[in-house]
Design a protein around this ligand. Structure first.
Ligand code: NAP
Length: 256
């Protein structure tokens, strides 16, 4: 007899929120976990908790204490520490693990991408004369670009920061995706942007800036994803549901 799932869903992405909706709809026991980085995270239709677990051992203890049967890692592709911890804690506790990921973006005709392996390489690549750069990175990694203070930086954050970013010349827009190509094109034009720096997040929520860059013929400095340990991966919330023993195809009887 299969075990009734009790899911811990590591969130912080649009895909995690989509899966949470399905879990609620199908009545599957589940807890949604936020790191607690944003001030007003989206309310989820399942139980929620916020904050780190205290490393691998903390997560392992949580999995045991809450009798989690399935751990679903739907964190951002650049949340490498959390994802690595999930693999180790799942192995330590014998918890089934799957990641809900999105394919990386691929350059299309008309794109002018330069790819770099990491954040430090992106900072290094910005040596040289002043430019108007959109740093589409989220607030956590922006300060590293203080090493190239000659540029004007356009920043877009989900929340207004408590302390001003350590960049001498910047404009800040507070906005939450998903974004539209048309409005991103206007934003790039208004700020006279001549380069976009971003992480290869994949997915549709943040891809508008790439479409806008293509339309305007702007170059993009694309930071590749960090390497992650091998794990079971799904690209769609429905696939995760199937893995949990529920048939999520429309028109079929729902599992229990
Ligand atoms: P990270 O570097 O991999 O994680 C650092 C620590 O934050 C983890 O070791 C863990 O603390 C805690 N943590 C991360 N995700 C968590 C979650 N869902 N629930 C509970 N604790 C969590 O991750 P990050 O890059 O700081 O990202 C933090 C969160 O923001 C993630 O949930 C991610 O999905 C979201 N996010 C990240 C990015 C990005 O570009 N990195 C972009 C959009 C959204 P303990 O070790 O104490 O357990």
């Amino acid at each position: 007899m299969s075990v009734k799932p009790n899911v811990l869903l590591l969130g912080g992405t649009t895909e995690a929120s989509r899966l949470a909706l399905l879990l609620a709809e199908y009545g599957i026991a589940a807890i949604f976990s936020y790191a607690g980085r944003t001030e007003s995270p989206r309310t989820q239709p399942i139980a929620m908790r916020t904050g780190g677990f205290g490393g691998v051992l903390g997560l392992a203890a949580y999995l045991r204490e809450h009798r989690i049967t399935h751990l679903v890692d739907a964190t951002h592709p650049f949340a490498a520490t959390m994802s690595a911890n999930a693999v180790t804690a799942a192995a330590l506790t014998g918890t089934a693990l799957a990641a809900l990921t999105r394919p990386a973006w691929q350059p299309e005709a008309g794109d002018r991408w330069t790819r770099v392996p990491g954040l430090g390489d992106a900072v290094e690549a910005l040596k040289g004369p002043r430019r108007h750069i959109m740093l589409a990175l989220g607030r956590m990694h922006v300060d590293a670009f203080g090493a190239q203070p000659q540029h004007h930086y356009l920043l877009r954050f989900v929340d207004a920061p408590e302390h001003p970013p350590a960049l001498p010349d910047h404009s800040l827009v507070v906005d939450r995706g998903p974004f539209l190509a048309e409005t991103d094109r206007d934003l790039l034009r208004t700020h006279a942007i001549d380069l976009i720096v971003c992480k290869n997040a994949g997915g549709s929520g943040a891809s508008a800036k790439l479409v806008a860059a293509r339309q305007l013929g702007l170059p993009v400095l694309m930071i590749d994803r960090p390497a992650l340990p091998e794990r079971r991966e799904f690209h769609g919330p429905q696939d995760v549901l199937r893995w949990l023993g529920h048939d999520a195809s429309p028109g079929t009887e729902r599992g229990v």
